[in-house]
Design a protein around this ligand. Structure first.
Ligand code: HEC
Ligand code: HEC
Length: 406
């Protein structure tokens, strides 16, 4: 008995050492990004914009910087307001995950361990193949009445139109094997890019697509504007003519950090948690379909009691003994314990982006969220969550999509 108690105490000690070690690294790093010059917005005229300008603007929207490679070298994950790198892998040395392999790295060879092979086909090349597949035809038939969330009927011709369609209607074609588990390979976890909370404008989407097309440096491939106009049958910028400021207000260096004074809403917005998680009480976090519904008041106590977590704890891999420690650990070091039913898809660098108080406040907020609160808002767990739906009768969004697809 005495011995067991001692064991637990030393484990608790270890947890604090771990968190302290993480934050020791963080404080060294903090002044560097604080010192970065604020990003300038690019202004373009939609009528006369060149592919070069669009590419530059697209890069800024995707990465939030003109120098994503430089940011990567500094150990940061460059993410702009488009949020794409939250899920997609744009560089070989970016952490390889499930969705990220899709852009610039070919999905067909996602399971290939050979990095050379992965680089053989770009997203630009792939965009010419997808609409010609039988799979695309079957989506076209199934969704001939229009895809319910976007209202769009799949109708892309090969090339730029396919990429445009992917942004406005991710469910119009879902790459095999990348759908939300339990949806018959039919429902994409990717958010609709022109809708809140990401809500890029048409011109911004065209610029992002231009970036994908011209990444190789061949500017003649930057046909996104023409493809957009052919796809929608109207001129780009018709609704709002004139100059468009890309990238919105120049984000300050602080917009990349979760600070002591930030509310949970602000943290979720800044850090992009909304792209993957639904969270009760947070307006932007209603679309995430990559990670668990964050009702940690219900989940966290059960997780630390679960046989999977107990096993990892005994092996010394994880260290949380209270729900709050579990939530903080899940954000700081998500790879240590993977929630059953999921993959190691969470970003790995939040330890560099949170102050300790911000982390603690975020954890407190998530611990106040329960199954009851989620039910009241009509939010539900994803099909792959082992616990099953919160309320069998509740028709959440994904249930509606499922019903439609069956
Ligand atoms: C929350 C995660 C997530 C975010 C954020 C996200 N995507 Fe995706 N995306 C996916 C997944 C998963 C797929 C594969 C399933 C599918 O086909 O929809 C995908 C598919 C795509 C495809 C089709 C790929 C192909 O080879 O057919 C394109 C193009 C794409 N995404 C571009 C983007 C861009 C550009 C952004 C940012 C503006 C973005 N995505 C943001 C998860 C995401
Ligand atoms: C790119 C997608 C992605 C983003 C962005 C993301 N997460 Fe996650 N998160 C996941 C996935 C997938 C899991 C489940 C796998 C695992 O355990 O790591 C998860 C697990 C969690 C868990 C454990 C949940 C449970 O019930 O056990 C917490 C807590 C969490 N995330 C919080 C956050 C917070 C807070 C943010 C923003 C600061 C965030 N996540 C951003 C994908 C993401």
């Amino acid at each position: 008995m005495e011995k067991k108690k001692k064991g637990i105490i030393s484990k608790v000690g270890m947890w604090y050492l771990l968190i302290l070690a993480i934050f020791a690294g963080y404080t060294n790093w903090l002044p560097q990004i604080r010192g970065d010059a604020p990003e300038a917005a690019v202004a373009v005229d939609v009528g006369t914009v060149t592919p070069e300008q669009l590419k530059e603007m697209g890069q800024k929207i995707i990465f939030g910087t003109d120098d994503p490679e430089g940011a990567l070298r500094k150990g940061e994950t460059p993410i702009g307001k488009g949020s794409c790198p939250l899920c997609h892998r744009f560089f070989m040395d970016q952490k390889a995950d499930r969705c990220p392999n899709l852009i610039a790295l070919p999905a067909e060879q996602v399971s290939s361990p050979d990095p050379e092979k992965l680089l053989q086909m770009t997203e630009e090349e792939r965009s010419y193949k997808r609409p010609l597949t039988e799979r695309y035809q079957s989506f076209k038939e199934k969704l001939s009445g229009g895809e319910p969330n976007s209202g769009i009927k799949p109708h892309a011709t090969p090339g730029g139109q396919y990429l445009v369609e992917s942004e406005y209607c991710p469910n119009c074609f879902v790459v095999a094997g990348f759908a939300i588990k339990g949806t018959n390979d039919m429902v994409s976890p990717m958010p609709i890019i022109n809708k809140p909370p990401i809500e890029l404008t048409d011109t911004e989407i065209v610029s992002v697509v231009t970036f994908l097309q011209t990444r190789s440096g061949d500017m003649s491939k930057g046909t996104a504007k023409e493809s957009w106009e052919a796809y929608f049958g109207k001129k780009l910028g018709e609704a709002a003519p004139g100059a468009v400021a890309a990238g919105g207000a120049a984000p300050s260096a602080d917009s990349k950090l979760a600070l002591d004074t930030d509310t949970p809403d602000q943290i979720v917005g800044k850090m992009g948690c909304f792209a993957c998680h639904k969270i009760p009480g947070i307006a932007v976090a209603k679309i995430g379909m990559v990670g668990p519904l964050l009702i940690e008041g219900t989940n966290a106590p059960n997780r630390i009691k679960s046989p999977e977590y107990r096993k990892a704890f005994k092996e010394g891999k994880v260290h949380a003994t209270t729900p709050k420690e579990y939530v903080m650990e899940s954000i700081m070091t998500p790879w240590l314990f993977i929630v059953p039913g999921f993959q190691d898809d969470m970003l790995k660098d939040f330890s560099k982006k949170f102050t300790f108080a911000a982390l603690s406040n975020m954890a407190d907020y998530l611990l106040q969220q329960t199954a009851d609160k989620a039910i009241k808002e009509g939010l539900d767990r994803l099909p792959q969550e082992k616990e099953g739906p919160l309320k069998k009768t509740a028709m959440g969004n994904s249930d509606k999509q499922l019903a439609m697809n069956n």
